[in-house]
Design a protein around this ligand. Structure first.
Ligand code: G3P
Ligand code: CA
Length: 264
């Protein structure tokens, strides 16, 4: 592997090979050599942080309705794997719990048990909908796991991400030592000039944005910021992104990205 390659993160645990946000997907991404994992978190009705991307349950489970409308116990009854084409073939290899709802707590426990160094990108979903509760509960959990004051020798290193500057502000206030990523689908005026809000150290442009503004990575680098690009799944996009020398690549296909980086 060439030195200085970008970090490779498994998006939603690695959403291509296995059902997103299942423990099976996260563990496979670690085995494949991903440097880190990306996890979306939402709040249940009774205040638990769960790893689910969509607002509704319909696409990735056999349930319906809003994640935020259900209790943890109700969500734990659902099947979060069978919708995925790979689930049937892989099911025999998994303990049944790997197809179930993943809580952030369970994910952190599993990563601690696994033991190898891993970076965890936690994206808080919809701060405007939940008030400050997602960030408050997230930081409280990070404190319980000793992750709110990052230690260089801790195998788990957490970074919080959001599209909402509001969420970054809350995290900075509650846990100033936790690094944050400002996710971007457009380039707000300040960001174009290399300024990120509320102490965010890293910018997270989407691949659609970079196709039209590839030089954004070097502009941010010149301003002293790192860049993590999402969600890079195709060869042509990967070539475009690698040429810009970002610090991180977030992909549904971490194995594919790692193999391609070996050849660069
Ligand atoms: O890593 C950032 C990326 O996950 C943002 O998009 O919709 O997949 O959460 P989304
Ligand atoms: Ca996400």
């Amino acid at each position: 592997m060439a030195s200085g390659r970008p970090l490779v993160f498994a998006h939603r645990g690695g959403a291509d090979a296995l059902p997103e946000h299942t423990l099976a997907a996260y563990l496979r991404a670690l085995d494949e050599g991903a440097d880190g994992v990306e996890c979306d978190v939402r709040l249940t009705r009774d205040g638990h942080l769960v790893c689910v991307h969509d607002r509704r349950l319909n696409r990735t489970s056999n349930g319906t309705g809003l994640v935020s409308g259900k209790t943890l116990a109700e969500l734990e009854e659902l099947d979060f794997a069978s919708w995925h084409p790979a689930a049937a073939a892989a099911a025999d290899e998994w303990p049944e719990e790997h197809a179930r709802l993943l809580t952030l707590e369970r994910l952190l426990d599993a990563l601690r048990e696994h033991g190898r160094p891993v970076r965890v990108l936690i994206e808080t979903k919809h701060p405007s909908r939940y008030g400050a509760e997602v960030e408050r509960r997230l930081v409280a959990m990070l404190r319980r796991y000793g992750l709110a004051e990052p230690k260089p020798d801790d195998p788990i290193q957490v970074t919080v991400m959001s599209f909402a500057a509001l969420a970054l502000r809350r995290v900075r206030k509650l846990a100033p030592a936790v690094p944050t990523v400002y996710l971007l689908e457009i380039v707000p005026p300040g960001v174009g000039r290399g300024r990120l809000p509320f102490g965010a150290r890293i910018a997270g442009p989407g691949i659609a944005l970079l196709r039209s503004r590839p030089q954004l990575v070097s502009a941010l680098r010149a301003a002293g910021h790192q860049t993590y690009v999402w969600t890079v799944n195709e060869e042509a996009d990967l070539d475009l992104v690698v040429a810009q020398r970002p610090d991180g690549i977030i992909s549904d296909r971490p194995k594919f990205v790692l193999e391609r980086l070996e050849k660069v």
